[in-house]
Design a protein. Sequence first.
Length: 295
Amino acid sequence: MTHCESLVDLRMDFIEQLLLLKGWFTRRDLMCRFDIKEAAATRDIAKYRKLDEFGNNLVFNNSLRRYELKEDTFKPIYIKNITTIISNLKNSKMSNIIGFGSVGIESSPRISEPNLNVIAPISRAIVNKNVITIRYFSIGSGSSGGVKTIAPHSIFDSGSKLYVRCYCFKYEKFLELVVDRIIEVVEAIGDAKDSNLQCIDFCWNKFVNLEIKPHPKIEHPETIKHELKFDGETKVVSVRLALAQYWLQQWNVDCSNDYQLDPKQYHLALVNLDVLSIDGCNGLLAPGFLVKDHN
């Protein structure tokens, strides 16, 4: 696919998103979204109508001068990525084009925004496989820990915090650091060795299955099964071993023995608790892992 073709496909897909999320669209929607002239928007619409050769997806409303969804026969021509659609609905510009007064989906704000002067050099180090030195706050020693030398290979978002997965030369192992605790990236000091790269990070590359179920003390487990699209009594989610504890935190999964956490807050329970004991999984961060069985 050429660059021009990909841009055209992007506009075709956007037409379908407008039909699905708004129910109708005009040439002006395409002009505002892609900063194109009226003639180009007209060509895009004609191209889409040609793809929709049987006229199943849209019809032109002459009185309102707009194209409208044919709900009974609509079938997407382009594969719809729900993650992309949700991202669009969280974006104010996209939401306004669709017709929302503000953002289409409100999301919780970050308590603090990451520092570009930290993110940018970490990104460069990851792409170029560099070793860098950083100044870092820690819970145990504050800023007195001084300078750390790391070889970062990935950044991940836990939903509330950004982390960088890296090889730490002080501890001689791979671990995660909270990006917002990095005071500054001091300098790049050379290329990382093969033993410091992502391909050697066993816990990052190994995936484990988390088997979850509705909390056994919840009154109506069928509600949770419907909400989370369970196929049976349990649901299995495959995650990186290094990140398992973070996802269990985000999903509020009770990982205590005999499931002793409050089911009003923890709607889910981890069935295969043994996964938290696999070497390299920081099970101590999983909800309730330290709660002992009092029976």
